[in-house]
Design a protein around this ligand. Structure first.
Ligand code: TRP
Length: 442
């Protein structure tokens, strides 16, 4: 087998990991989840979930990946505990399911690029969303998005991924800051900020059972955790980098992008359709942003630039979802990367036809409420209780962490993360099940 590729630099790794993290999760999912779950009450729980659970969990994946130098499935075997490979397998299978609906939403972005050129969404953004978000248009756009994803992954990790991501983060931040500044001038914007930023703890208490799994799922999703993506990326990483420092950079940049998306979307929503739980839904961000472009001078052009940048952000995430299953097959069977990427992409495309016909919500909730917490539960138990000595040893490589800090992390991973995730899983599974039986998805 060929020698394993490595990142060309530490910065290359950080860019790629940020590229995986920053995506539709920040700009589509975060405003949608926040809008649907009580606004600021959700935001508080989400931020706690990102920093108290997401950050240590990212370290779990980095440790496994860099220690084993393997893809997510083989990593568990490599660390000497073959019977834990199911944890990696669950994650990789989940990455595959996530890719199938992620590509559908990526396809929406492609339709919005076309819509910028034709002016299709400028008049009536709600109708446009309805027309492109499900049905044959959605399937076609999903096919295009998947094809591009496969093309990038087929070219290999260093060239394809690093090159695609280097300019997109600054671009997306600049665009969101500009949109947020414009949105601040809208009359009625204040109600948007109030909904987004001033938490109503009564709302939190009354909707705890919905808010907690959504916030935890969103935290894992936006940080690309649980499915072995960060395990696979860290497997290409050098031993002298500090995992906690890299992880902190990734978490902070990712959080900034999501918060900025909220600062653009909520004032616009308040000034147009109004904010409140009822305004939430998969169309929230698309409809709000397209509505804003409709009011701006040369809005079609601003929209075009915005959706092109969003497409790049989405692609640098989707390639990471495809990379997880691909690197497993390549490492295990020695099949060529291009062949595997095409094969996995083709099957994920077929599965994605279901969400493309109106079931994005079903796939989304399956991933957020069930698969993500389940996957994180297993990897945290593995690192905390099974491969604990190796993990702590790997964590300190390239750092000057005190033994107090590593001990805190270890016990956090052993106790706090699993308990938080178990609570999430209980609430998430019961919520998902009641959605299924009540017919909410169908
Ligand atoms: N984090 C990406 C986003 O926010 C989505 C994503 C990429 C992901 N890779 C992942 C989610 C792995 C979970 C697991 O758009």
């Amino acid at each position: 087998m060929a020698q394993r590729e490595t990142w060309t630099s530490r910065v290359g790794f950080i860019f790629a990991a940020v590229g995986s993290a920053v995506g539709l999760g920040n700009i589509w999912s975060f405003p949608f989840q926040t809008a649907s779950n009580g606004g600021a009450a959700f935001l508080v729980v989400y931020l706690l979930a990102v920093f108290l659970i997401g950050f240590p969990t990212m370290l779990i994946e980095f440790v496994i990946g860099r220690r084993s130098k393997q893809n997510a499935i083989s990593a568990f075997g490599e660390l000497g505990y073959g019977n834990w490979t199911f944890a990696g397998a669950l994650g990789v299978a989940s990455a595959f399911i996530t890719l199938s609906f992620y590509s559908v939403v990526g396809g929406w972005v492609i339709s919005y690029i076309v819509g910028s050129l034709t002016g299709g969404y400028l008049g009536d953004p709600g109708t446009f969303f309805g027309a492109v978000s499900s049905g044959t248009v959605a399937v076609g756009a999903h096919a295009v998005f998947m094809l591009v994803t496969v093309g990038i992954v087929a070219f290999g990790v260093a060239d394809g991924i690093e090159r695609a991501t280097k300019f997109m983060i600054p671009a997306i931040i600049v665009l969101l800051v500009g949109l947020a500044a414009w949105a601040a001038t809208l009359s009625g914007a204040g109600a948007g900020y109030a909904y987004y930023l001033s938490p109503d703890f009564g709302v939190l208490a009354a909707n705890f059972g919905d808010i907690v799994p959504s916030a935890m799922g969103q935290a894992f999703f936006t940080l690309s955790l649980g499915f072995g993506v960060m395990i696979a990326y860290a497997s290409y990483m050098g031993r002298d980098d500090s995992l906690p420092a890299d992880s902190a950079i990734i978490v902070v940049i990712n959080t900034i992008v999501a918060l900025l998306a909220g600062f653009a979307v909520f004032p616009i929503l308040a000034a147009t359709s109004g904010v409140g739980n009822a305004s939430g839904g998969a169309g929230t961000a698309f409809i709000a942003l397209a509505g804003a472009f409709g009011q701006l001078p040369v809005g079609w052009l601003i929209g075009l630039v915005f959706f092109v940048v969003l497409l790049f952000a989405a692609l640098s995430s989707s390639i990471s979802l495809l990379e997880a299953p691909t690197s497993y097959v390549v490492d295990t069977y020695g099949t060529s990367r291009a062949t595997v990427a095409v094969g996995v992409g083709a099957v994920a495309f077929v599965l994605g036809i279901i969400p493309a016909y109106g079931y994005v919500g079903l796939f989304n909730d399956l991933v957020f409420d069930v698969l993500l917490p389940l996957a994180v539960l297993f990897i945290s138990l593995f690192v905390g209780w099974v491969a604990d000595a190796e993990s702590v040893d790997e964590l300190v490589q390239g750092t000057r962490l005190s033994s107090g800090a590593t001990t805190l992390w270890l016990w956090w991973v052993r106790i706090v993360v699993p308990i938080a995730v178990l609570v999430t899983l209980y609430l998430g599974v019961t919520g998902f099940y009641s959605g299924l039986v009540s017919g909410a998805y169908f």
